[in-house]
Design a protein around this ligand. Structure first.
Ligand code: FRU
Length: 506
């Protein structure tokens, strides 16, 4: 496999070829990370939705595996597509799919039926109906059997939402220890509503409660998930609901985005914290972060999130070939009290490289070229708020700076920004060439930005990771220069720590 095609991410996950959208069924099991994903095995555009599969021992290096759930009737006569969903380890064999010496993995996903039909289970579905189904694996996730004798296990939405049968999807399932039940959260996208179901066995599901609409509702709600996290690393747990929204994402971005709500969950009902009910609780403030999902099967303090790194506005027209779409780097999540509020913070997971550090007591006004360059880099930048009004870094810069991407901090506005207006190819979408921003307070007068540069993306982690911005860029290969810029005055105590990130595909 050639992983050096134009724009091919060197340390972000991509399928070898063809279309990918949402991460699905993320699970750590028997010392292996499984990554499933929405995949069209037959082309580079959305269609024939199946679950692609890859495995890893470290979340950094991935091995492509055969398609795990292939659209039924692929390629010519598709009767069922496997839309987004999740996977769990049924350790107690509550489902009965296991054998005496093997507990099953169970996946719960949305069955999308392009044609009306009577299913093997005898249930009848409408054309384009969406229902929830399950499949199980007895070989640790490598091959899957759909539960055809009963599927779908949630046939229709509740009676009062009967008119939503074409828009009812994306179950996120987990085991709730206190109530000894399975919980599954799914979405009625058009109503901006989540439905929470519970089950003793992953087969029989009962509606427990509803949540929403709250916060950003400028588009449909998709791919919800819910998980606990310790607050400030202590004993107390809070629950986080993560919801994708399309359109209606972060301001300055007319497309899709992902928001979160912090609260409590008692096994039945999610109760949001009052201060988490706000319009702009974005998981990521950049344009390219959608359908994020965390891994099941890891300890409670070890929550790792992965998102589809694109925007629904142009996800189908990005200029890559023979694959389309990448995932964000896996991000370890924490919940920290920041300005009195439980806030999600994120730290990227990538292979430790050898860092070199440079320090400037004072960096003058203007731009300063650095003595390293590259197209796959991990750079941390720290500085003290001083004379300058804006300070930051230019990455993927051409030698005449006519092509560049700026990552900086606006001292007056207290904002991180990513400016991709002249970052490279952008003609595939007329809103792509834009600036995105995220609010960030300095800490004791210091600002830290960690910037992950890859062949077609920039991911920024601000402060302690309380804001992040994922942005695609499509620069030419030769644009590999790195500069610092200081606008409106000089900048003090500048520290740059940088490393080349090696290809994870070699
Ligand atoms: C989100 C989404 C999901 C759906 C899947 C289909 O990108 O629309 O709601 O399950 O993609 O591919």
């Amino acid at each position: 496999q050639n992983y050096t095609e134009r724009y091919r991410p060197q340390f972000h996950f991509t399928p070898a070829k063809n279309w990918m959208n949402d991460p699905n069924g993320l699970i750590y099991h028997e010392e292996t990370y499984h990554l499933f994903y929405q995949h069209n095995p037959g082309g580079i555009s959305w269609g024939a939705m199946s679950w692609g599969h890859a495995t890893s021992s470290d979340l950094v290096h991935w091995v492509h595996q055969p398609v795990a759930l292939l659209a039924r009737g692929f390629p010519d006569n598709i009767t069922e597509m496997f839309f987004s969903g999740t996977a769990v380890f049924d350790a107690q064999n509550t489902s009965g799919f296991g054998t005496n010496d093997k507990a099953p993995l169970v996946a719960m996903y949305t069955s999308h039926y392009p044609v009306g039909q009577t299913l093997p289970s005898g249930k009848t579905v409408d054309s384009n109906q969406q229902s929830q189904s399950i499949a199980y694996s007895l070989d640790d996730g490598m091959t899957w059997t759909t539960y055809d004798s009963v599927n779908p296990v949630i046939h229709n939405p509740p009676e009062e939402y009967a008119d939503q049968i074409h828009d009812f999807r994306d179950p996120a399932v987990f085991w709730h220890e206190e109530t000894q039940k399975w919980v599954s959260v799914m979405s009625l996208p058009g109503l901006r509503k989540l439905l929470i179901y519970t089950s003793p066995n992953l087969k029989d599901w009962e509606l427990a409660s509803e949540f929403g609409p709250v916060n950003a509702v400028g588009g449909v709600w998709e791919c919800p998930s819910m998980f606990p996290l310790p607050l400030d690393g202590g004993e107390g747990l809070k629950w986080v609901v993560q919801i994708s929204l399309n359109p209606g994402g972060p301001a300055g971005n007319t497309g899709s985005g992902t928001q979160y709500v912090v609260g409590q969950f008692d096994g039945t009902t999610f109760t949001p914290d009052a201060d988490s009910l706000t319009q702009s609780n974005w998981v990521d403030w950049g344009p390219d972060f959608y359908a994020a999902l965390t891994f099941s099967g890891l300890p409670v303090e070890d929550r790792v999130d992965i998102a589809w790194m694109t925007n629904l506005r142009y996800g189908g027209s990005t200029p890559t070939d023979p694959w389309r779409s990448a995932f964000t780097v896996p991000r370890r999540l924490s919940l920290k009290t920041i300005n009195g509020k439980a806030t999600l913070t994120q730290e990227p997971i990538l292979e430790n490289a050898e860092y070199s550090s440079t320090h400037w007591d004072t960096l003058p006004t203007g731009s300063t070229k650095l003595d390293f360059s590259g197209n796959a880099l991990d750079i941390s930048l720290t500085f003290s708020e001083s004379e300058s009004t804006q300070f930051g870094m230019i990455v993927r810069a051409s030698s005449d700076l006519s092509e560049q991407t700026q990552v900086g901090y606006d001292v007056e506005k207290k904002e991180v920004f990513v400016n991709r207006t002249i970052s490279g190819v952008s003609g595939f979408d007329d809103t792509f060439a834009a600036v995105s921003t995220a609010p960030l307070e300095s800490k004791e007068g210091k600002v830290t930005l960690r910037v992950l540069v890859d062949w077609s993306s920039v991911e920024v982690f601000g402060g302690a990771g309380e804001v992040t911005l994922a942005s695609l860029i499509f620069p030419s290969e030769e644009s590999s220069g790195i500069y610092l810029f200081s606008t409106g005055g000089s900048t003090d105590n500048v520290e740059v720590k940088a490393a080349n990130v090696k290809s994870v595909w070699i």
